[in-house]
Design a protein around this ligand. Structure first.
Ligand code: GDP
Ligand code: MN
Length: 377
């Protein structure tokens, strides 16, 4: 779950990181009042969960309260990368002398955290990273050790950040670990003409697994890159969209993972990961099929079930009743094995749906599903 900038800055402030004075509103009239309270001249900033607001015209300076009202009116309702602006933040402007980039991210591949920092922060950081990767320092952080003053000094030195940022780097690490975040990013972290270090922007991604103890942020939507993933999550399904053509449904994460491998071994690409777990009810099956069939790149679906506590006949019943609410548009290859497999197969045979075929082995079924996906036009 991503936080809004104004929420991220709230966390920064609580952990002792300096931020400009600011207030949020959804009304341009109120924006004028806020600007007056903040001293007249303000920066008006769109609150959307997307980067690149500055370049999209969602961050603008207003010279006085009247201009703040006008600017707020222009930014409210704006579309930034598919997000409609419903709230603006008005912040006291800061005299920027230098802009830095700092972040901590969970590096899943390396099984550790990564500090990323650069003395060339600001809206061009992506271009800087692409053109001159050496301008961006990447330092692994041992999660057990954390960021001590010594670690922070190393990060700052590697990135060419001034020594005053060391304290902020330690505090930002505290935000990451104490607030259940998997990513914290400040871009820009600035040095003012007076030599103070301030966070002018903030991105915080909280670990979705810790939502139960983060009620403070309300029932915000989980972070999903893909609309189908969001829909699946809303239905309580464990679904991840992939690039391929063979839709996959299985019971148990381990079985689903090996199903992906076997399908790939047959020369086709899995279209998704979907673990229905023990829930083989008609509802779960219908939800799962609906999600997978709405993916236009899916050409065949492989249902791979090893009956255990959930018996195969229950899964077969689930598939058959799902057919009442789901219009099957693509071939379904079903492999049932384990507890009550024979009974489950009989249930599907009796239904005799023209698009459903059964193959008794995992390898055979994967091969069939792969053929159907690669031959289908
Ligand atoms: P983003 O484009 O979504 O990353 O939004 P930011 O909050 O990072 O703002 C974009 C840019 O606007 C920053 O890199 C700053 O250069 C500039 N900016 C933001 N706030 C202020 C401010 O208070 N004073 C000044 N002078 N510039 C600001
Ligand atoms: Mn920014």
């Amino acid at each position: 779950m991503d936080l809004y900038e104004h929420q991220a800055r709230e966390l920064f402030a609580e952990h002792g990181i300096l931020v400009p004075r600011a207030e949020i509103t959804d009304s341009s009239k109120e924006a004028r009042e806020i600007a007056r309270r903040l001293g007249g001249r303000v920066v008006v900033k769109a609150q959307v969960k997307s980067g690149g607001r500055g370049k999209a015209g969602g961050v603008r300076v207003a010279a006085d309260p009247a201009a703040a009202e006008l600017t707020a009116r222009q930014i409210l309702g704006m579309d930034i990368k598919g997000h409609t602006v419903g709230t603006v933040m008005l912040a006291q402007p800061v005299d920027i002398e230098a802009e830095f980039y700092v972040s901590y991210v969970l590096d899943r591949a390396a099984g550790t955290f990564l500090a990323i920092a650069s003395a060339e922060g600001g809206t061009e950081i992506e271009e800087v990273a692409a053109a001159r990767p050496e301008a961006v320092a990447r330092i692994p952080v041992d999660p057990a050790e954390g960021v001590t003053t010594a670690t922070a000094a190393r990060i700052a030195a590697a990135a060419g950040l001034p020594p005053q940022t060391v304290d902020v780097l330690v505090r930002l690490w505290n935000v990451l670990t104490r607030e259940d975040a998997v990513l914290v990013e400040v871009n820009p972290l600035v040095r003012t003409a007076q030599g103070r270090i301030l966070a002018l922007d903030g991105k915080v991604t909280l670990d979705d697994n810790a939502r139960f103890r983060r009620e403070r942020w309300g029932a915000q939507e989980a972070t999903h890159d893909d609309p189908l993933e969001a829909e699946a999550a809303a239905k309580g399904l464990n679904y991840v969209k992939l690039e391929g053509e063979v839709g996959i449904i299985g019971n148990g994460a381990g079985l689903v993972m090996s199903t992906l491998d076997v399908v790939a071994g047959c020369g086709a690409r899995p279209a998704n990961f979907l673990d229905i777990g023990g829930g083989a009810s008609a509802r779960t099956m219908a939800d799962g099929l609906n999600v997978i069939l709405s993916d236009p790149s899916v050409r065949s679906v492989f249902v791979n079930v090893f009956g255990g506590i959930t018996a195969c006949d229950a899964v077969a019943d689930g598939i058959v009743s799902a057919l009442d609410s789901v219009r099957l548009t693509k071939p379904l290859v079903v492999r049932l094995d384990g507890n009550n497999a024979a009974r489950g197969r009989a249930v599907l045979d009796a239904r005799a749906h023209p698009l459903i075929q059964q193959v008794p082995t995992m390898d055979g079924a994967a091969r069939r599903a792969a053929e159907l996906a690669t031959n289908a036009t």
